[in-house]
Design a binder for this molecule. Structure first.
Ligand SMILES: C[S@@+](CC[C@H](N)C(=O)[O-])C[C@H]1O[C@@H](n2cnc3c(N)ncnc32)[C@H](O)[C@@H]1O
Length: 396
């Protein structure tokens, strides 16, 4: 069976492949069918379509083993269902639905399924396979064009054994389209062939596909390997949260989530801001504690007191920093005066600017996009609030 390292959802056809002489026969059938249009995954007859779907895994007459193929696809769909957890309100796309074997499992669980395919022949097969299902729609699509789904309220989707045929440009184009049509909070999962975990000497498919590639480098039905890490980064650049949900043996399953609130282009995602803020707060809090302890243990050490004053200032607690500098100035040796006054002035300047902000009607809110709320910091207004000032200035 076309199962790689237990990540069945990421496999499927090695179109034009399979191994040994049987594999070669399948390859020939796929290549030589008169009138076939590989760019659109049209192969003229059902047997060849099935070859394109499952390779040689079900022998030379896959059309006689449909029940086994259905069962096999049902097993594959478990990975997708686990990742998507579909419910009765979900409106789901099956991108590259093939014979509709997976949509058959998903349709009873959700409100509506759109079977989308670049191939009219595959769509006809899916229509036949799913004729008993009232909540399934069928749509032939152009390459990387999902605009017709805009406004349809798509909450989830999957592509099984489809992205394994994409190069990195294709992946990027589809990611962009998916981001456009998914509802905020929407999920999409896809399997891909993954160079990050690929061993070219032992991989079951790689060598076979390599030979086919030598014969026809432009065949759109060949498998393509891409880096799962790079795919996740591309998805994140598009706006998704991306997770490599499962990987190994040259395959990966990527789960995408469209954030609830879209982050405007050029703005940092709220989670990243929150994480940066928390890290800053923890670091500054640790510094302050360390300096305080030093001052307690060595009350006469003025450098320890400067360290405390500076860490308070760095944490945005300028009112406390001012107090520390004032204390340092009280018994200040002449050669140190400049240092203490400079510190005091810096802290005071920030404090004055802050007060001016407040007087001019600036109402400090939590950090941009509620990031402080998430990490538990509070709004400004009170004093010495763990450096909220710095971030509050970002607010408008
Ligand atoms: C290997 S089959 C997988 C079918 C199905 N997802 C399954 O797992 O049984 C690949 C399917 O993706 C479709 N396909 C290939 N390229 C596509 C594209 N760029 N856009 C949409 N569908 C595509 C093919 O027509 C075919 O139905």
């Amino acid at each position: 069976m076309a199962t790689k390292s237990g990540i069945t959802a990421t496999t499927g056809t090695v179109t034009s492949a399979g191994s040994g002489t049987e594999g070669a026969a399948v390859a020939k059938a796929l290549d030589e069918r008169a009138g076939a249009d590989h760019a659109r995954w049209e192969f003229r007859d059902r047997k060849t379509l099935l070859y394109a779907l499952v390779g040689n895994d079900f022998g030379p007459e896959p059309e006689t083993r449909l029940d086994e193929i259905r069962e096999y696809k049902k097993n594959e769909s478990k990975f997708l269902l686990d990742a998507l957890k579909p419910n009765a309100c979900d409106r789901v796309i099956d991108l590259g639905s093939g014979f509709g074997f997976i949509a058959r499992v998903v349709a009873p669980l959700v409100e509506r399924v759109w079977c989308l395919d670049i191939s009219s022949e595959f769509l006809e097969c899916a229509k036949e396979e799913l004729r008993g299902f009232a909540n399934v729609e069928f749509q032939q699509m152009d390459f990387a064009d999902l605009r017709f789904l805009a406004g349809k309220g798509i909450t989830k989707g999957y592509a099984n054994a489809v992205f394994i045929h994409f190069n990195f440009f294709d992946i990027t184009l589809y990611l962009r389209q998916l981001f456009e049509i998914l509802e905020p909070g929407g999920l999409f999962v896809f399997g891909m062939s993954d160079t990050d975990t690929l061993d070219i000497t032992s991989d079951r498919y790689f060598g076979v596909v390599l030979e086919k590639y030598k014969e026809n480098r432009r065949s759109p039905v060949l498998m393509h390997w891409n880096s799962a890490k790079a795919a996740c980064r591309a998805a994140e650049a598009v706006g998704f949260r991306a997770k490599n949900a499962c990987s190994g043996g040259g395959s990966a399953m990527i789960l995408l989530e469209k954030p609830e609130k879209e982050v405007a282009l050029g703005q940092a995602p709220a989670e990243e801001l929150t994480s940066a803020f928390c890290q800053w707060r923890n670091t500054t809090a640790a510094l302050i504690n360390q300096a305080r302890n030093l001052c307690i243990r060595y009350p006469k050490d003025r450098d320890a007191r400067y360290a405390l004053a500076e860490s308070l200032r760095g944490a945005g607690m300028d009112d406390l920093a001012i107090g520390e500098y004032q204390a340092l100035l009280q018994d200040c040796p002449g050669n140190e005066r400049q240092r203490a006054e400079q510190g005091w002035r810096n802290a005071r300047r920030i404090e004055v600017i802050f007060r001016r902000f407040l007087r001019s009607g600036f109402r400090p809110r939590n950090m941009r996009r509620d990031t402080t709320r998430k990490c538990g910091a509070h709004t400004l207004g009170g004093k010495s609030n763990e450096g909220g000032k710095l971030f509050a200035w970002c607010g408008k």
